[in-house]
Design a protein around this ligand. Sequence first.
Ligand SMILES: Cc1cc2nc3c(=O)[nH]c(=O)nc-3n(C[C@H](O)[C@H](O)[C@H](O)COP(=O)(O)O)c2cc1C
Length: 168
Amino acid sequence: MLKKDLKEFDKNLFVDLEDKWGILTVGDKKIGCNSMAVSWGNTGILWGEKVGIVYIRKSRYTYEFAKRSDSFTLSFLPHEYDNAKKVFGNKSGRDVDKYAVSGLHKTYEPDYDGFYLEEAEYVLKMKKIYELDIPYDKLPDYLKDKYYKDGDMHTMFVCKITHFLVKE
Ligand SMILES: Cc1cc2nc3c(=O)[nH]c(=O)nc-3n(C[C@H](O)[C@H](O)[C@H](O)COP(=O)(O)O)c2cc1C
């Protein structure tokens, strides 16, 4: 993968998060990692840093990694992997080895900064700096009804983007 300056970030996440989804991988060499599909997320500037923000429900196995590790990556794969990718959105790492089932591979750079998917066309590597449980009581009723009838709340993880990698 080619390391690019974030000023060269030219991807449209409105399109890619919805259309290709991101594969969020959280963890490190000590505790291992887990990956799941995400279509909620954003990038921007916060506290003077370039940040990526993701939203993980507490029921996800990935959430357990997110509480214990600060290494987060978002991998975006081309459409040829759409079928393989589904495993990351409908199976839990608690039950199956999603890498083995999907045939997709986790990997990392020699200087190590979190695992990502080898098949990605581009990757955002990030370090967690802050997390916030979305407060149920403050949400408008239509969002409570639409997303949180079962009380399975999202936690928002704000991460500093450290690298932007692009397939060579
Ligand atoms: C297209 C798509 C987008 C998703 N986006 C999110 C998301 O942003 N946040 C979330 O908590 N779950 C999201 N999910 C659900 C998780 O990917 C799914 O529950 C996954 O199996 C969790 O795996 P885990 O238990 O190994 O963490 C999404 C699923 C799909 C198919």
